[in-house]
Design a binder for this molecule. Structure first.
Ligand code: FEO
Length: 399
């Protein structure tokens, strides 16, 4: 049975929710699922904006046929060819052989690589070019590397709808809601929107900032992303979040404490620092065990906070592997402009501090605080005093 929602006049959401998938991109846990959004515009021409993942293929096709209600499809606009959106494109092409496909030149090349052949019915979407479907006229805006190089976004000049591809997306399945104002977004969705952006698109901040700059010139009334809810209210609030993420600007003054501890002594140091920070008036602290927290959550929090405190044991004369993965992932995702504290432990030949320093050196604009603390097996009086000095330095760095 069809499961669709009306977005605005002539426009329908026909996507699907995947609550069974454990790992998005086979890497990132999605305990609350994910939606694959697809939209149909019913104008003089019938237009499909993106398709969906195979996981929701049956629902998506049922929705498509139900909304078309016997009409044929005239255009398929493909903003992004990653298979979580384009996997069912082949089926749509087969069922609607007269539908023209609108995408960028690189999109057409990627489509061929994925085995789709629509060269004889392809319309190239060039930056700034327009296409009329009757009442609605759309224009195309290139958005390379948000999140793949072929990506574009499509803006409907008639009703102010922006089909934003992966931009402005979020993890979580919609579960009946369509609009961000139908849920408590800040409480229930923002952490997953942040985790989605920072881990999926986080590396491409300059490219995202470029898209945001282009988008700021458009009169946007609706944002229709490929994942998560549609935006029609408080759009500027959500855009502002993306401006911060794209420019690697912390959202909050606060401290992410991430620790890798084998027998509890390094964790003890992390707890002592957290207690001292609270005592000294800094209450915006989140603490995570890197062995028990998927790195995508750590990355999301690292983008959120101004300060990051890293606590690691030495392991095989190196950094503790889960900590190494986290710090390296910060580098891979281009995180910058943070104040970082380093605390390390070693019973003999402690190497974790140098390893963390080395990795942080390779990132842009990371302010590593002077009070690096070495724990010799367990926290003693001297270490406790050093942690106190570190807490003071962290608080001073926020002023
Ligand atoms: Fe949701 Fe880059 O695909």
């Amino acid at each position: 049975m069809r499961c669709v929602r009306k977005v605005t006049e002539d426009l329908y959401w026909i996507g699907g929710n995947d609550k069974r998938l454990s790992l998005f991109e086979n890497i990132h846990p999605i305990p609350d699922g994910v939606s694959y959004n697809s939209y149909v515009l019913l104008d003089e021409k019938a237009v499909l904006f993106d398709t969906a993942d195979w996981a929701v293929g049956q629902q998506f096709m049922e929705n498509l046929h139900a909304i078309l209600d016997g009409r044929s499809l005239d255009y398929i606009v493909v903003n992004h060819f990653e298979p979580d959106h384009a996997a069912t494109l082949g089926l749509v092409l087969q069922e609607f052989p007269a539908a023209k496909v609108v995408c960028t030149k690189k999109g057409q090349a990627f489509a061929q690589q994925f085995g789709y052949d629509f060269a004889d019915r392809w319309i190239e979407a060039k930056e700034g070019s327009e296409l009329s479907f009757g009442k609605h006229v759309v224009t195309f805006v290139n958005a390379p590397m948000v999140h793949w190089p072929e990506v574009m976004v499509t803006y409907d000049k008639t009703n102010g709808v922006l089909f934003s591809a992966d931009a402005f997306g979020s993890f979580r399945s919609l579960d009946g809601a369509l609009f961000a104002d139908e849920v408590n977004f800040e409480r229930d969705w923002l952490p997953e929107a942040r985790r989605y952006y920072t881990n999926i698109v986080g590396k491409y901040g300059p490219q995202t900032a470029n898209l945001l700059k282009k988008a700021s010139k458009l009169d946007i009334k609706y944002i229709c992303p490929l994942h998560g809810p549609v935006w029609r209210k408080d759009i500027d609030w959500f855009i502002d979040k993306h401006v911060k993420w794209a420019t690697y600007t912390p959202e909050e003054k606060g401290v992410l404490i991430a620790y890798g501890s084998m027998y509890g002594h390094t964790e003890n140091a992390a707890q002592i620092l957290a207690a001292k920070l609270h005592e000294k008036g800094m209450h915006n602290i989140q603490m995570y065990d890197v062995s028990k927290t998927h790195v995508s959550y750590l990355i999301s929090e690292a983008f959120r906070f101004s300060n990051i405190a890293l606590f690691s044991v030495t392991y095989n004369m190196n950094l503790y592997p889960p900590m190494q993965n986290f710090v390296e992932d910060m580098g891979r995702l281009n995180l910058q402009n943070r104040t970082v504290s380093v605390v390390y432990n070693g019973t003999w030949a402690p190497a974790a501090g140098k390893c963390m320093d080395g990795l942080l050196c390779g990132m842009k604009n990371m302010n590593v605080l002077e009070n690096e603390v070495q724990i010799k097996s367990s926290v003693g009086k001297e270490t406790e005093e050093q942690l106190d000095a570190l807490a003071d330095e962290i608080i001073a760095s926020m002023k």
